[in-house]
Design a protein around this ligand. Sequence first.
Ligand code: CTP
Ligand code: MG
Length: 258
Amino acid sequence: MNESVQMKIAVVVVAAGSGERLGHGVPKARVPLGGEPMLVHSLRGILASGVASQIAVAIPADDEILRGICGSLSAEAAGAQGPEIVVVDGGGTRAESVAAALAAIAPGTTAVLIHDAARPLTPVEVYHRVVKSLAAGALAVIPALAVVDTVKTVTPTAPGEPAVERVSGTPGRSQLRAIQTPQGFDLATLRRAHEGAAGMSAAEYAAITDDAMLVEALGEPVYVVHGSPHSLKITTPTDLLLAEAMLQGPLAPRWIEG
Ligand code: CTP
Ligand code: MG
């Protein structure tokens, strides 16, 4: 893409989570999908997009298996004049893992995309939509899907009430979006947003589930582009089944996004 030539983009991959809810007993990025660790799919998707001049991967400290995966893909990418892949130790929360990777980004980089390793099947078109919007002047841009379920907010009930929670509201569904990654940012803006989080308590820090939240807190506009159902986040065993089906099912060729 022309835009990525002008912009110098680093892609951060956060792969330092433990995968408690998936329950495989190993970090989620190591869990096999279609016979290969999830991180391999995530990195291959980024390489295929062609947008990155550098990839910074945050992995659990001392995870030699994930470090080895990054090393072999790095050698492959170098052979094909592809981006440099660097590895950093992640932190105890997603936001800390992002911060660790931001510290390793090469000088001269102007924009950064933050991607969850837990979204291994993100189509290249989503990367391109995010980069196009950054090239058009957005300081922050995120991919999203319309929400299909009715979503309600709830509050806990008092002892003696007939159920554990009670509905407190129903936001209008037409305005709701489920947010995915890669989330794209002007690098200076994202660094400023992360500095803004420096004084937060541990509980507040743990509640930062995406980077756009921090940019919203700065009061900067965050733009939205269309995401993809293929970009699902693998959180539970059911998600893994769905991803396996997407890769191996008889309908797989028809699911490639145009
Ligand atoms: N992540 C990270 N560092 C952390 C926590 C999460 O890099 N300390 C990454 C995960 O590796 C994942 C993404 O953030 O790619 C989204 O997190 P999530 O889906 O919650 O993954 P896990 O934290 O691994 O899963 P769980 O919450 O079930 O333990
Ligand atoms: Mg988590």
